[in-house]
Design a protein around this ligand. Structure first.
Ligand code: ATP
Length: 233
């Protein structure tokens, strides 16, 4: 079941460097939440804490009001910044592996893979090795890998970097299918214009601290953010 993800007062230091300072925001069911900040602002650190890859020094992450468990996290989908697929395997082999790892039966995995890859526009590449694909198609495969087990929460670290505008629209359409099912989706970017064009909710982080968070339209009005011509919504 989809729930509200709440980050409350997260702190994390690396040596002397305080990477996160009291990071607090929500990712709501059915909302596409854009997480924007310059390189080194703390986006990846925050996402790793959500996924349990990294521990916070203090603060909590709750899912539907209860502390996150390992079982919750297994039902989440994550696309890390450092892309983790095996170059020698085909897309189908890798997605099958991930789907089975999450406990889906072979039939369900096969069906999910076919429909996901078709929607992402790489259906015809399913049986090609990753290393033979263009970077854009490799990235679509990474996004498919985060989605193959039909996650209840989706966290994507820089999913649009390096994608051409058509690929961005394709990926956004797939993410919109997730939010339409009620899934909360959090994606990061260092480009405010990209995030602001695509998201429902906006979280801006600077030097480890949340500068502002809320509904995009309200923030637009409050901060007179520039309006962009191209709209996906
Ligand atoms: P980028 O887009 O460049 O990844 P980011 O917003 O995701 O930026 P983080 O990767 O979260 O930022 O980094 C936040 C700060 O924490 C940076 O100063 C970074 O150097 C530092 N940091 C992150 N991970 C580590 C680590 N494992 N060891 C030491 N410092 C780290």
């Amino acid at each position: 079941m989809t729930q509200l993800l709440r980050l409350d007062g997260l702190n994390r230091a690396f040596g002397e460097r305080q990477a996160l300072k009291d990071v607090t925001f929500d990712v709501a069911p059915g909302r596409l939440t854009g997480f924007v900040g310059a390189n080194g602002a703390g986006k990846t650190t925050t996402m790793r804490i959500i996924l349990g890859v990294l521990a916070a020094d203090s603060g909590t992450v709750t899912w539907g009001g209860a502390p996150l468990t390992r079982a919750d996290r297994r039902r989440f989908g994550y696309m890390p910044e450092e892309r983790g697929l095996y170059p020698k395997m085909t897309i189908r082999e890798q997605l099958t592996y991930f789907g089975r790892l999450h406990g889906l039966d072979a039939g369900a995995v096969a069906r999910n893979i076919t429909s996901l890859l078709d929607r992402l526009g790489i259906g015809e590449r399913a049986d090609e090795q990753l290393e033979k694909l263009s970077l854009g198609n490799q990235q679509r495969a990474q996004i498919a890998a985060a989605l193959v087990h039909q996650p209840q929460l989706l966290v994507l670290d820089e999913p649009f970097s390096g994608l051409d505008p058509i690929a961005v629209d394709t990926v956004v359409a797939v993410l919109r299918e997730q939010t339409a099912r009620g899934v909360p989706v959090l994606f990061s970017s260092h480009q405010l214009d990209v995030v602001e064009r695509l998201c429902d909710d906006l979280v801006i982080i600077g030097d480890g601290a949340i500068l502002t968070a809320g509904r995009r339209d309200e923030l637009r009005a409050a901060y007179a953010l520039p309006r962009y011509e191209i709209r996906v919504d």
